[in-house]
Design a protein around this ligand. Structure first.
Ligand SMILES: *Cc1c(COP(=O)(O)O)cnc(C)c1O
Length: 457
């Protein structure tokens, strides 16, 4: 059959708020034209993020009931440890309340002021945790990653030449290197097994350990199976194992490919690294057999990690993203190609040629999506990444003006996406009327969360 169906049926529903256009106009105005300030109860289709917003399966909900809440050595911990080890092979595993706690412990124990940490693309919390201890977070994306329209298959790869140069220049000053799979900052683009292997080979010459930021390891495994020669007949679990076998440790947010609403872990092979992790974990997260999590969370994540590696699930998930992506392309709505694993990025600058970066075209598109259909998306453009000009005056714009439509896992059905396509179609036909916005109030950092906007026209 040509139709790739949702490989599940629904036995519990959650009502979606349906609003009228005039209600949405009033709601957006009272949120100062910033969709982050809307109540979720006023959003019909919420594509703000894929983090922690997934639906758990009946197997996960029943696993919750098996949660062992013993403080030390609980049955749920054993199950969690066994599952993570089955997938990653790492010797030491530490549960954390989410991905950034794992990053914080890694950065605080292994980095010193002035150290350098290369990555294909640091996620913002990873970068922040590295910078917080005075180290330098360096992005080394492949050159293809910057070409929004090129159809290259592994745009998440690290630039090997640049890594070699950096190792040459800073070798002794790099306590570890990271690879983010898929590369979230680069649009959810995958990293090939060949790239992971080459990165590891380069690092081995100087004994630099490799840490995988594994948030979307299962989506990345699916891309490898589909796109990389020699992997078509391998299971996603086998591919994931091979990838982790090339690394010395991992950080993970279970809010992504753990298919859970909270959780994460930190893992490594090195015994002395593990001692440092354990001591800080006890100080700030909890005893090592629960970290920052309840026994029931450990159970739900153990089930979720394996469900994320089910071929039917990944096939449906990627088919959904491709379905929306091809509908937008056929309507001449410019998106980053190829579509990523967890999101579609609209190129707001190309979509709104009548607006300049300082008009914040991404905010115009985000607000049009809400007004037209109650859809919530997020700007990744000059509001999020613009920088103040050194001497005052007009700020330095971001390299791209993107709008991200993130896909929560197992939450929306195809008709919800048909509705989204219809909303975008309507906006696309009136794109010349998408308005310029001005910031009227902003915080000194991470301003996108709380800024107030007004229409500039
Ligand atoms: C979400 C995410 C993190 C941080 O995880 P949290 O659970 O949100 O703290 C780190 N890296 C990447 C690539 C992510 O997508």
């Amino acid at each position: 059959m040509r139709t790739i169906i949702e490989p599940f049926r629904i036995k519990m529903t959650e009502a979606l708020p349906i609003t009228t256009r005039s209600e949405r106009e009033a709601l957006l105005a009272s949120a100062f034209n910033n969709v982050f300030l809307l109540d979720a109860d006023h959003v019909t289709i919420d594509l703000l993020t894929d983090s922690g917003t997934g639906a758990m399966s009946d197997r996960q909900w029943s696993a919750l009931m098996l949660g062992d809440e013993s403080y030390a050595g609980s049955r749920s911990w054993r199950r969690f440890e066994q599952t993570v080890r089955e997938i990653t092979g790492f010797k030491h595993i530490f549960p954390t309340h989410q991905g950034r706690a794992a990053e914080r412990i890694l950065a605080a124990t292994r980095l010193q002021k002035g150290n350098v940490v290369p990555n294909n693309g640091h996620f913002d919390t990873t970068r922040a945790n590295i910078e917080y201890v005075g180290a330098v977070a360096t992005d080394l994306p492949s050159t293809e990653a910057r070409e929004l329209q090129s159809e290259k298959l592994f745009k998440g790869n690290m630039d090997l030449g640049k890594l070699e140069q950096l190792i040459e220049a800073e070798g002794g000053n790099i306590p570890f290197c990271m690879l983010t799979v898929t590369n979230n900052t680069g649009g959810g683009q995958p990293v090939s097994m060949e790239n992971v292997r080459s990165v590891k080979d380069i690092l081995n010459k100087r004994g630099v350990p490799l840490i995988i930021d594994a948030c979307r390891f299962a989506e990345n495994a699916f891309f490898i199976k589909e796109r990389e020669q020699g992997f078509a007949d391998r299971s996603l679990l086998e591919i994931a194992r091979e990838m982790f076998s090339l690394a010395d440790g991992a950080t993970m947010s279970a809010k992504k490919d753990g298919l859970a609403n909270i959780g994460g872990f930190l893992a490594c092979n090195n015994d002395s690294w593990a001692d440092g992790f354990r001591n800080l974990l006890i100080l700030t997260e909890g005893f090592p057999t629960y970290g920052g999590l309840a026994g029931r969370d450990l159970e739900a994540i153990s089930v979720g990690l394996l469900e994320a590696l089910e071929q039917d699930y990944q096939r449906y998930r990627h088919a959904t993203v491709e379905y929306v992506a091809s509908a937008l392309i056929s309507r001449d709505i410019p998106i980053v190609r190829p579509a990523g694993g967890h999101a579609i990025f609209i190129d707001a600058a190309a979509f709104c040629p009548h607006l300049r970066a300082s008009d914040y075209p991404g905010i115009g598109v985000v607000n049009a999506l809400y007004l037209e259909g109650g859809v919530r998306a997020v700007e990744l453009g000059s509001v999020m990444f613009g920088k103040p000009a050194p001497g005052g005056g007009e700020e330095i714009p971001a390299p791209h003006e993107l709008v991200r439509l993130a896909f929560p896992r197992r939450v929306y059905t195809q008709s919800h996406f048909d509705y989204l396509i219809e909303v975008l179609d309507a906006i696309g036909r009136q794109r010349a009327s998408i308005e310029a916005y001005r910031i009227t109030e902003q915080a000194p950092f991470l301003r996108h969360f709380t800024a107030h906007y007004e229409r500039a026209g």
